[in-house]
Design a protein around this ligand. Structure first.
Ligand SMILES: [Mn+2]
Length: 458
């Protein structure tokens, strides 16, 4: 059971939306503020689609992060109600000071588990206070989906979008669980998804799909022109065959080859399972799999095209083509950075490893791919990017590391604060900003904290 606490809070949120329009003109708009990553964009897409169905106008922004100042800036607007998605739980006090009704749909651990119940105009729907694991069991998009479904049963058609948001936050690792699993079962039960065994590869002609693949990243193939066609020839698979059109036998051949390659490169077994298990296709937006949809939204966010992404999610066909173009552009950028990183040496300390990333906007992605496909998966990895007089830190771990006690959100926030910086995120993926001068001592501090988290074990 994912708890009646979720049902109660969602019902409260739906009532608050209704009540908000009792004393204002029905033309007043609903303000939606969400995050610019795949989960946040998916949540915004779900909310805006649901609002349109309700006959409500909306004004939506997808931003990098919510600051007290941003919250204050909303005071000058005359929205009937504000919905925060993928953010807001840590700024309940500031939000309550706006004097506007607000719904918060968040899955980041709230400060001191504050339920926010004493603020009558706020309904706080946070996975953690609803008894759901916010790291794997629910994300902003699945919470937004639950809210949309409460407003109108027709919104269950948005279930694949919600799941793409969960994939974007990597909550599908080990299979959907918690509330996400309920959404997954709804989507399957309604025929919105098609499962296909095989390795996760981008859509399109197989030769190019192999070369464009970043997760799995295939050393010797990814980013290497012509290598994909060569490989298909070697395996006896028809060149020009599309990813979605492979026969069971072809999928089996290609999967076994890639899995063997990954084992040879030291990719953790649990991660190989993630990328080689099955592909889940959806018709939503016509991108291919849930992963492709998540990647498309993520690419739009990362290339300042959140408005395009939202228009695409509302069904605008021109925007859909632009969103696909953004995905290809972003993918090319990652491939380029990964092929360069292949030639770089990672610096290993006792309990962590780090490398320098030129472009801080993709440092986190590179760190995640590097720990699984290039470097030692037994050590948490940090990507450091110099930005002015600061160093931005993007850290990634693996599920086995987190199971052994590694918590990057906790270690980064404690270590960064020691040097007047700040940090946070999730145990498996987190970030921080520190003064550049303190980089070396910060790394030592991180080393100590991770060592104690993991009980001195490596
Ligand atoms: Mn999220």
């Amino acid at each position: 059971m994912t708890g009646c606490r979720l049902a109660e809070r969602i019902a409260g949120a739906a009532k608050l939306l209704d009540d908000a329009f009792k004393n204002v003109p029905s033309t007043a708009s609903v303000r939606v503020v969400s995050h610019y990553d795949a989960d946040g964009i998916a949540a915004a897409g779900i909310l805006c689609n649901a609002l349109v169905r309700e006959g409500r106008r909306f004004h939506c922004s997808m931003i990098k992060g919510l600051s007290p100042n941003y919250v204050k800036s909303l005071a000058g607007e005359s929205s009937a109600i504000i919905i925060f998605a993928d953010m807001g739980s840590s700024l309940i006090k500031e939000i309550s000071e706006l004097g506007v009704s607000a719904i918060i749909l968040d899955h980041h651990r709230p400060v001191e588990d504050e339920a926010g119940d004493r603020h009558k105009d706020i309904v706080h729907v946070n996975a953690h206070i609803c008894g759901i694991d916010g790291t794997y069991g629910a994300c902003a998009s699945t919470l937004a989906y639950r809210f949309a479904e409460e407003l109108d049963k027709h919104n269950i058609r948005l279930a694949p979008l919600a799941l793409a948001g969960a994939v974007g936050d990597r909550q599908d690792i080990g299979g959907f669980s918690g509330y996400n699993k309920e959404v997954y079962e709804t989507a399957l039960g309604n025929g919105f998804l098609a499962r296909m065994k095989g390795i996760k590869l981008p859509q399109g002609e197989l030769g190019s799909a192999v070369e464009r693949s970043t997760d799995p990243y295939l050393v010797g193939y990814s980013g290497k022109k012509g290598s994909g066609i060569e490989l298909l020839k070697k395996l006896g698979i028809k060149p020009g065959r599309k990813t979605a059109e492979m026969t069971a036998e072809e999928r089996e051949k290609l999967s076994s080859f890639i899995v063997t390659e990954l084992i040879g490169k030291g990719t953790p077994a649990d991660w190989i399972k993630e990328v080689s298990g099955e592909m889940i296709y959806t018709d939503f937006m016509g991108c291919g799999t849930l992963c492709d949809l998540a990647d498309t939204l993520n690419a739009c966010g990362r290339t300042d095209r959140t408005a395009i992404a939202l228009a695409a999610l509302m069904g605008d066909s021109g925007a859909i083509s632009e969103a696909f173009a953004a995905k290809e552009e972003y993918n090319a950028m990652i491939l380029d950075a990964m092929t360069s990183l292949e030639k770089t040496d990672v610096v290993k300390m006792g309990h962590l490893q780090y490398f320098t990333a030129k472009d801080d906007s993709i440092a986190g992605v590179l760190a995640g791919l590097a720990i699984n496909y290039l470097f030692d998966p037994a050590l948490p990895i940090l990507a450091l990017s110099r930005v002015g007089d600061k160093v931005k830190v993007s850290a990634r771990a693996t599920k086995p590391l987190v199971s052994s006690g590694c918590d990057l959100a906790a270690s980064l926030s404690v270590a960064a604060e020691k040097f007047g910086g700040y940090g946070g995120g999730h145990p498996i993926a987190a970030g921080a900003t520190i003064p550049a001068n303190d980089e070396a001592t910060f790394l030592k501090e991180m080393e100590n904290i991770i060592a104690s988290q993991m009980g001195g074990k490596k």
